[in-house]
Design a protein around this ligand. Structure first.
Ligand SMILES: Nc1ncnc2c1ncn2[C@@H]1O[C@H](COP(=O)(O)OP(=O)(O)OP(=O)(O)O)[C@@H](O)[C@H]1O
Length: 292
């Protein structure tokens, strides 16, 4: 079983003024890990360090007990990375793009041909192989980028916001696909979208201002806010007050009343509140919504 140990990683930018990662440690084994955190939490920085595209200021990343810096090429050969940026290869046809990436990854011709044919099928893009990437929809581009990350049959697959900008149908397709291929691989997915990982992740890693908040299975994390999620019926005029004073994770209208869903340690005493089952989205609000 592959093992990736991230040990005491710190990283600053701008001569130390911006702390992107602060003594971050976690150990990953095979399965899907969801990396959750708000904008600027340090997710991309972490992924760039794990993929050896960026040097940390301190700390180490070990793959099966060996420092990735020492493994060098050997590490790259087990790594698949889908970065955030799109549009780099818009003039390439998908086929040319995959051949180009195969060459960069050092695949032999025969190997590349077989792999490209099978991956095009897996990501359902065989019929678009001779079209230019520039004309692809967001979902097609994302699938093309996932395909290139899988060319070398990686043991570690790093996906930086793989569903950004996708419609729900594409999102579900990518999610199911990632879940399918995760067996015997370490898959780390960063996302803002809780539903991308809620049901497929073996563990969720919560990152806040460069620090690890916690990492655990989804049921365990959600269990931490058992009894802290309530639904309360309020009048319209009260909504502003509740929005200013509580973490409101949902609201809906019921005739002339509003039902608000609150994630709170102190449910309102002057209203009847009903305890409801927490979700990962509630936990996200609980951890990342400041000041309430
Ligand atoms: N090249 C850089 N130079 C200076 N500051 C940077 C650089 N890259 C990132 N940062 C800063 O480091 C912090 C972490 O950024 P990072 O991109 O890793 O977060 P993120 O969680 O991936 O955010 P997002 O969800 O918006 O992609 C932020 O404060 C960001 O502004």
């Amino acid at each position: 079983m592959p093992k990736l140990e991230i040990k005491n990683i710190s990283k600053t930018y701008k001569k130390g003024t911006v702390k992107a990662l602060d003594n971050f440690s976690v150990t990953l084994t095979s399965g899907v890990y969801g990396l959750l955190g708000p904008n600027g939490a340090g997710k991309s920085t972490l992924m760039n360090i794990i993929t050896d595209n960026l040097n940390s200021d301190s700390g180490k990343v070990l793959y099966d007990g060996e420092d990735i810096k020492k493994l060098g090429k050997g590490y790259r050969s087990v790594l698949g990375y889908m970065p955030q940026q799109q549009g780099l290869y818009d003039d390439f046809t998908l086929n040319r793009f995959l051949w180009y990436m195969s060459a960069l990854k050092g695949l032999k011709k025969k190997e590349a041909k077989e792999k490209i044919t099978s991956l095009l099928k897996t990501v359902n893009l065989t019929n678009s192989a001779h079209k230019k990437l520039g004309g692809f929809s967001g979902g097609m581009k994302q699938r093309a980028l996932i395909a290139q990350a899988l060319l070398n049959d990686p043991k570690i697959l790093i996906l930086d916001e793989p569903t950004a900008g996708l419609d729900p149908k594409e999102r579900i397709r990518i999610r199911n696909f990632v879940s399918e291929i995760a067996e015997d691989k370490i898959v780390l997915i960063s996302t803002h979208v809780v539903s991308d990982i809620e049901f497929i992740a073996k563990e969720i890693v919560l990152l806040k201002q460069g620090k690890l908040v916690s990492h655990d299975t989804c049921p365990n994390l959600v269990g931490e806010i058992e009894n802290k999620v309530v639904e309360v019926e309020i009048n319209r005029e009260e909504l502003k007050y509740f929005q200013n004073n509580y973490r409101v994770s949902n609201l809906y209208h019921n005739d002339d009343k509003i039902i608000v869903r609150l994630v709170t340690n102190n449910p309102p005493k002057d209203h009847k509140s009903t305890i409801v089952k927490p979700t990962l989205e509630d936990l996200y609000l609980y951890v990342f919504e400041q000041g309430l």
